[in-house]
Design a binder for this molecule. Structure first.
Ligand code: PMP
Length: 351
């Protein structure tokens, strides 16, 4: 058995998928209890009265090509949020297994672990070393029941890329013992495709991508879980059939078409330029005591007074995210890069 597969919950390894209805073009569909007429006002083709494909095969194909992996290495999910949930449910036995997180980082890893009844072990990023990954801290205490470690790169909310050498060393040390989930939601803003290449070398690495950020499809809820074929197959069995709505699949496919892809890539370039401009401008503000370098579409800053800072932004009709409630982020605020006009609006409000 593939070593990583042996870490999945035994119930999931044994799971026999639901036998969904199979549709054939040209044949009347009297096998899925659908309504034969589209709902009033729906002019879409094939019509919203029909269930979507059991698995959105054509989207899966196109996304696999887009990310440069085989189709069987990619699972389409409803946002990468769902991929996080599926991984925790697939790998962690409630009340027995543990998820390792490296704060400050995306808060949903911990939430999904709690929902599943998995324990959480915390190995913080090293704040005074530019939020680098504590590989030895993660590996040194790795227990038999530790199943997953979430590494976010570029990390939300600190914005830094985690060094590829550290990620590879962690994957190597955890071979056969744990699954490294690399959440690369913001990869396009970093100019690095480092993450996907890791899956060729490590069967215990799973990469998460999303269409919500660079590709501007947050409203569509589309993500991708990319990894070893066996893991993708087994984790995919947790998903119900017909999970991915037809209009969302269409919108996601359209976004990868070359003309549209060229357009969102231009906008990513613009956001990256705006990020540099904003980093300099924010660093010059007396209300800000530190600006962290960012490889994402947001900037983390340390303020003199986060509440005053957020209130000043709001008076200028701009929302920023106050993270000062987080013990790992004292006096910190995260600022998303918007349009040049919105960024100017924020600077005017703070200046
Ligand atoms: N991972 C990270 C690091 C994120 O910041 C987010 C959204 N803020 C997600 C995953 C989830 O994104 P989505 O479900 O839209 O793909």
């Amino acid at each position: 058995m593939n070593s990583i597969v042996s870490l999945l919950r035994p119930e999931i390894r044994r799971l026999r998928p639901y036998r969904n209805a199979v549709f054939e073009p040209g044949l009347a569909r009297l096998n899925a209890n659908e309504n034969p007429w589209p709902p009033p006002g729906d002019s879409s083709d094939p019509g919203l009265n029909w269930y979507p494909e059991a698995v959105p095969v054509s989207l899966q194909n196109r996304l696999a090509m887009h990310y440069g992996v085989a189709q069987e290495q990619l699972l389409v999910t409803r946002g990468s949020s769902e991929a996080i949930d599926l991984l925790v449910r697939g790998f962690c036995r409630a009340g027995q297994d543990t998820v390792v997180i490296c704060p400050p980082t995306f808060g949903m890893y911990e939430v999904y672990a709690q929902v599943q009844g998995a324990a959480v072990r915390v190995v913080p990023l090293r704040r005074e070393q530019d939020y680098t990954l504590d590989v030895d801290g993660i590996v040194g205490d790795w227990a038999e029941t530790d199943r997953l470690v979430f590494v976010c790169s570029p990390n939300n909310p600190t914005g830094n890329l985690i060094a590829l050498a550290d990620i590879a060393r962690l994957a190597e040390q955890l071979r056969g013992r744990g699954c490294l989930v690399l959440d690369a939601a913001y990869a396009e803003f970093s100019g690095s495709r480092q993450s996907i290449d890791l899956i060729a070398d490590f069967d215990n690495v799973v990469v998460l991508r999303t269409l919500s950020k660079a590709m501007a499809l947050a409203g569509v809820r589309c993500g991708a879980l990319i990894g070893a074929r066996e893991v993708v197959d087994l984790i995919g069995r947790i998903l119900p059939p017909y999970a991915f709505p037809t209009p969302c699949a269409r919108a996601a496919e359209a976004c990868i078409e070359p003309g549209n892809a060229a357009e969102w890539r231009r906008r990513v370039d613009l956001l990256v330029r705006e990020r540099a401009r904003m980093s300099d401008a924010l660093a010059a503000l007396p209300a800000i005591t530190r600006v962290w370098p960012s490889s994402a579409n947001f900037i983390l800053v340390e303020t003199r007074d986060p509440r005053d800072f957020a209130a000043a932004a709001k008076r200028g009709r701009v929302l920023v995210r106050d993270f000062s409630w987080d013990p790992y982020l004292p006096r910190c605020v995260r600022i998303t890069i918007g349009t040049p006009a919105e960024n100017d609006q924020l600077l005017a409000a703070l200046g």
